[in-house]
Design a protein around this ligand. Sequence first.
Ligand code: GLC
Length: 574
Amino acid sequence: MEIIESLKWWQKAVFYQIYPRSFADGNGDGIGDFPGIISKLDYLQSLGIDAVWLSPHYPSPNYDCGYDIADYLDVAPEYGTLDQFQQFLDGAHQRGIRVILDMVLNHTSDLHAWFKESRSNKNNPKRDWYIWKNGVNGDPPNNWNSTFGGSAWEMDQTTGQYYYHFFFKEQPDLNWRNPEVKVAMFNAVRFWLERGVDGFRLDAIGTIFEHPEYPNHPVPLTPLELRRTLEMADNPNREVEFWSLWRSMEQYQVEQPGMHELMQELRKVIDEYDDRILVGEDENISYHGKGDNELHMVFNFPLMETERLTPTWIRRNQANRLKELAQVNPEAWPCNTLGNHDASRVQTRFGDRKHDPELARLSLALMLTLRGTPFLYNGEEIGMTDFMLTDIGKFRDTLGIRYYQAQIEESGLSPGEAMPRASLVTRDKTRTPMQWTHQTNGGFCPVGIDPWLPVNPNYHQGVNVQDQDDDPASMLNFYRQMIGLRKHMPALIGGTYVTYRARSRNILAFYRQVSKQICLVAINFKPRPTIFNLPENAHQIELRFSNKSLAEKCEPGKQVRMQPFQILIFEVFS
Ligand code: GLC
């Protein structure tokens, strides 16, 4: 299959995101770590995944669960040592699994040595590594907001100036217009490339530069006021208006000129090594550059920005996305995902509370059959769901904690009213420990130890690896089966995408085609049987995969009756 052979490893790969704090606890202290991950390498191999994206593993005070890095050249002590990191990396490579790391370029922790120096006095050589400004008449330098709430500026008593932070105040933004910052961060990138990592997922890449003149944004509301105004308005377009005003608020803080040049420089660093990749946490396809001079992939986030995945939604997304990608560059490669450590779990988010596991299976089928590289989030393979915390003392995500406080202090809600809202907002709900067994703590950590976040009690009800491992009908084995199938169907990996019966509101169907193979995928999104017409213009049609039985023989031009939520994958011979 010549097209397949010319594809790069990352175009063929199924990626799996590991959130290290919650994956596996090797030393029994209630926090995931490298010995834990190493002990699960065979498990990863059994899933059939080809690559891991590891969320931050660096030393961090964890104001933003590791996305506030205090040292780019080391491993968080609670996760292990550099040697153990290396054992993990080598062990993954021995099993044919590549590893990309998370790289947070925009900001450091306020406890990073660079920032400690920078804030110590105005003449410190690292002063200009961060963004310092004078206030205006006792107020911050301008009206910019932190995307996590409040002003984007924090007054620092030591020198009486403000520093800029797009995220929490514990995450000061680096000044990327200072060439020394670039040298230091590129060195960090090289440090891990030298150790053999296969690339990076670049965190919040659009936030790196700010408008050089720091103008006020024009929106006369705070983010909280904006939320409230829209919550109260009886306006069907309020979501659209909200996001348009939100973008207007952040217009001088994101996607500023200079990004493409910076990505080109970073790409050159990566290309000093064989076969390494950059994946941007952004949906902006312009980061593909000329196809081979910026990022390898950016996420198709628009696909997941819906409450309900429907054939119409998916078709529209694919039509737009694939067209836009082709306009940027014919080589630009799609990258699909439906979940990560910031978003609700797939089963909760795209479920309907009646058929959640079935809908979750459809979501996986979609990820593995659409054109592009799929990214899956740990725990989805056993059908983990969001876990709603009810005790503020158990919250670990600062976003949730501050939201809870703001609901009480600024919106005047009672703790009882604030809690359900906060448990929806906190990203803790999607970061609870991986459920390995049906024993106490879901086998994540020993009995008697408090895990860093509570384990979702549904580990009792079969949502765990142990119970699902030997059950051929389990979600886990569905994952294994579908990932395995994809490996053996070149058209699903490299094929073009062409819709089939594009008007159906019940069935999503499309062809994937390489020169020597044509696949037809049909997915019934409805909870009722639906007729599917097989194509006439075929010589022969063979069923390669079905998650449910199919009564009829598959012949060109014939009808088949698809069961509720049935997934069919055919090979079509012309
Ligand atoms: C990214 C991460 C998120 C983090 C933020 C700031 O969006 O995915 O978890 O809070 O960047 O680093």
